[in-house]
Design a protein around this ligand. Structure first.
Ligand code: MD3
Ligand code: FE
Length: 203
């Protein structure tokens, strides 16, 4: 039933389904204030995934590097507050996965259009790798690539569907991961997109 991804990981299939419309409505209201944008990597490449953030800190990248910042550089003001429906979902997932004290201060919202992908990477911009990461998948389905602690380690493919929530912590926290190019499709609540929320304690 639930694919085992090894120690420190939990797949909570469908956890977000009972509030999916509220989560997407909240996501669109965040994006009405801090719009989705295609950021640029330090190497000068435009990311195929469009991003925005909510919460006290937001993840940004530009020619100067990757970092968390309290101000949205596109609007020159703070990121929108984290919606209560986001915080409740993230904490419920973390608690179910064995991290009952998790309180995220950052939520990165990724928007995939057909063809958009994330190449294999580690999440290393946070201060404390003892804190887990919670990921909520919405809209079109995708395939996660899940590797090991070294880039060259074998990867497995993990299909993720609308409403699935994954938690990564402990010995899995620094595993390489990525997202395969999104396939075309249409979702009743998300249209032609996949959205992913990643909740982190960045500071
Ligand atoms: C495995 N986003 O924003 S989290 C990211 O679908 C990112 O947009 C994915 O990777 C997405 O950095 C969803 C997948 C993920 C996140 C952290 C991990 C997998 C992980 C940490 C350790 C191991
Ligand atoms: Fe990541």
């Amino acid at each position: 039933l639930s694919q085992d991804l090894g120690p420190g990981t939990a797949i909570l299939r469908g956890l977000a389904l009972n509030r999916d419309a509220l989560v997407i409505e909240a996501l669109l209201s965040v994006a009405a204030k801090s719009p989705f944008r295609h950021m640029v990597t330090p190497g000068g490449f435009r990311m195929s995934v469009a991003m925005t953030n909510c919460g006290a800190l937001g993840w940004v990248t530009d020619r100067k590097g990757y970092r968390y910042a309290p101000v949205d550089p596109e609007i020159g003001g703070l990121w929108p507050a984290m919606p209560k429906v986001f915080m409740d979902l993230a904490r419920e997932a973390a608690t179910k996965a064995g991290y009952p004290t998790f309180v995220p201060d950052a939520c990165l919202i990724n928007r995939y259009e057909p063809g958009a992908r994330l190449t294999l990477h580690q999440d290393k911009n946070e201060n404390d790798f003892e804190e887990p990461i919670v990921s909520v998948s919405l809209g079109l389905p995708a395939v996660f690539l899940f590797g090991g602690l070294e880039r060259s380690d074998k990867t497995i493919r993990v299909p993720v569907l609308h409403g699935d929530v994954l938690v990564w912590g402990g010995p899995a926290r620094l595993r390489y991961h990525g997202v395969n190019p999104l396939k075309d499709g249409s979702h009743p609540l998300a249209g032609g997109y996949r959205f992913n929320l990643t909740f982190r304690k960045a500071a």
